[in-house]
Design a protein around this ligand. Structure first.
Ligand SMILES: [Zn+2]
Ligand SMILES: [Zn+2]
Length: 647
């Protein structure tokens, strides 16, 4: 008998050569029905695999990331088979599972368009209904190349030639279709209960623009039709909320390729939103004992050598500027800063520091520039230039736990102010398998990781460990905000730095009169202004709460007779610092209301003869579309209350 250890800690005994499917059945018939694959000693394999030695085993279902991958990768094979059935001349390239779906690349003489997707999808469904078994078989490399050539699949033959010789090369067969594949796969095509082809684009073979342009079809698959339906509905909703679309409609921001990729132009309306956030941010920082500082945008190469950025972060930096090109006596290079930390450290070192000054909390809205591949850029969410809401805390060992707790309190409050009540918490630690990526100081790492973990558990905060998510210089606590769509966004990060204090020789004189190395924390609360505000646009679908709204009130005059009264109301609101605009065009009031509604303006004040005679305003609320009459003081009280409470 073989002992199989399950994830819940229990072990079961099974005869030699039992399949994973049989083990799943032994655990429960419900689990057996949902089983898509198995994970033996951490490796995902076909559910038909037999177990021949003691092992740990997890039955993989669609709830597991691995299960989604196996199902969707099998759907990719079905897509390839459907394409071959419909267009026999097509040559297959690759077809992996990706986040939320799968794709397949193929070389076709006939260009395909999204109009063809319906037909291909129907053929896929026919193949799924056939419920063919997927059978795995292996060939040696020479045989495998021959096999691919016989099938007239040159891309597959090219891939096989690059695989190491001497190892079996595996294929999967379903019906009369065969694909080169390492697996794992579902045992039957019929287990794909819901499939949808999404789109069709071009893609270079191996992602290299020197190669031939192939065609790529994207799709997704689920184990239930209802899951597919809700996924597609969520996708539709996400499209509606896309900050790039809303940004254009509401004239919020733009990216001008003529200026440069990944660089955001903040239009006046969105600049108001940012200004409000920054005002709030500054006020809160001062209240919590931070001091603001400003530092330059560029720094000499020696700074980045000492900081370790040129060793560990060069890929993320813009190329250097050679100063000798301007002045031969300046034999140095400058770099645009990717982070502000080294500047803060040098400021700390301008004079000796005493323990009495600690903790020092310096914050800066620091604009930094980092190189990102152009393909990775995405609206305001992935950019090349951004402003971090940065701070560095320098403290003693005794102060460290309190300081982390203070930052956590601060982070929870500030996220709440923006309607992010739910945060997913991650403890980012080293990957023990990959220690070279991290600076070498075993005892300090262990202490740092366990201290951060203890802080979280002492507060009763639930968290996940992000193995390998630590920075090269230390572990971190990351809070990801969950938006109205349930998506999570990286915002707050609290990082312990075990590198810079040492490298720059930061010290303080302690009460014992001796010099000590302080502890340094990096933290951002919002992350970057660009990403944070980009996600806010999506979170609020462009309808910013009153305190952030670029225009808080729109006054609509019904006729010219009311212009004088409208201007009087405008002045009163302006004098109370309300962001207000007057629409005195000779358009119909219904048209003006619709326009203000589309502009997502929180309040409209509709002023006609009646309002003028009674000296009141008719207030139309964006939220419910209802109109209420009140005097101007009552409206001012109402809106001031909302602004004060950040609603
Ligand atoms: Zn495959
Ligand atoms: Zn920093």
């Amino acid at each position: 008998m073989i002992s199989v250890k399950l994830k819940n800690g229990n072990s079961i005994e099974v005869p030699f050569s039992t399949t994973c499917a049989e083990i799943a059945k032994q655990i429960s018939s419900g689990l057996a029905k949902e089983a898509l694959a198995a994970e033996i000693n951490g490796k995902v394999v076909d559910i038909t695999t037999t177990v021949n030695a003691d092992c740990s085993l997890h039955v993989v279902t669609f709830n597991d990331e691995a299960g989604k991958k196996v199902l969707r990768h099998t759907a990719a094979h079905v897509l390839a088979q459907a394409i071959k059935n419909l267009y026999p001349q097509v040559k297959l390239a690759i077809g992996p599972a990706i986040e939320n779906g799968f794709y397949y690349d193929f070389d076709s003489e006939v260009p395909l368009s999204s109009d063809d997707l319906g037909k291909i999808e129907s053929e896929m469904k026919r193949i799924i209904r056939q419920n063919s078994a997927l059978e795995r078989f292996a060939l040696n490399r020479a045989e495998a190349v021959q096999f691919a050539e016989r099938l007239n699949e040159p891309y597959k033959a090219e891939l096989i030639r690059e695989l190491p010789d001497g190892q079996p090369i595996t294929f999967y067969r379903q019906g009369d279709f065969v694909d080169l594949c390492a697996g794992p796969h579902l045992p039957y095509t019929g287990m794909i209960k819901a499939v949808k082809l999404i789109s069709c684009t071009g893609a270079y073979w191996r992602g290299d623009s020197n190669n031939k342009m192939l065609q790529r079809i994207y799709g997704t698959a689920f184990t239930k039709q209802s899951e597919l339906d809700s996924y597609l509905a969520a996708q539709e909703e996400a499209k509606k909320r896309d900050h790039r679309k809303i940004g254009k409609e509401l004239d919020l921001f733009s990216i001008d390729e003529y200026i440069g990729q990944g660089l955001i132009l903040w239009h006046p309306k969105l600049s108001v939103v940012r200004e409000e956030i920054e005002l709030y941010w500054r006020k809160e920082h001062r209240r919590r004992g931070y001091e603001y500082i400003y530092t330059p945008h560029i720094g000499q190469s020696n700074l980045w050598e000492t900081s370790g950025h040129l060793d560990h972060f060069a890929e993320g930096m813009y190329p250097k500027m050679k100063m000798a090109a301007k002045d031969e006596t300046e034999n140095t290079y400058y770099y645009v800063k990717p982070m502000s930390c080294p500047f803060h450290v040098r400021m700390y070192k301008t004079r000796p520091r005493s323990y009495r000054e600690l903790p020092i909390r310096w914050c800066e809205l620091g604009s930094v520039y980092r190189f990102e591949k152009s393909g990775a850029l995405h609206g305001m969410l992935r950019v090349r230039g951004f402003t971090q809401d940065d701070a560095h805390i320098v403290c003693t060992e005794d102060q460290f736990v309190d300081e982390v707790n203070n930052v956590l309190d601060f982070a929870l409050d500030i996220n709440k102010a923006f309607g992010y009540d739910k945060l997913n918490v991650y403890l980012s630690v080293r990957d023990p398998q990959d220690k070279e990526k991290f600076i070498d100081n075993e005892p300090v790492w262990q202490l740092a990781e366990s201290t951060l973990e203890k802080i979280l558990s002492d507060r009763g905060i639930e968290f996940k460990k992000d193995i390998g998510g630590a920075k090269f210089y230390g572990p971190a606590i990351d809070l990801k905000a969950v938006d109205a769509m349930g998506r999570e966004w990286q915002g707050t990060t609290i990082q312990l730095d075990m590198n810079l204090p040492e490298r720059f020789g930061m010290t303080y004189v302690s009460s014992d009169g001796k010099e000590h190395t302080p502890i340094m924390l990096h933290r951002t609360l919002l992350g970057s202004m660009e990403r944070f505000v980009g996600t806010l646009i999506e979170h609020y679908t462009g309808a910013f709460p009153v305190w952030l709204a670029p225009v808080q009130v729109k006054i609509l005059a019904i006729s010219e007779r009311n212009h004088e009264y409208a201007n009087k109301v405008l002045k009163v609101l302006r004098s109370e610092d309300i962001r207000v605009e007057l629409d005195d065009r000779s358009e119909k009031v219904g048209y003006k209301i619709r326009e203000a509604q589309l502009g997502k303006i929180p309040y409209m004040l509709i002023l006609g003869d009646k309002e003028q005679n009674e000296n009141v305003v008719a207030v139309r609320d964006r939220k419910n579309g209802e109109t209420k009459k009140m005097n101007i003081e009552a409206f001012l009280t109402l809106i001031a209350e909302e602004i004060l409470h950040k609603r």
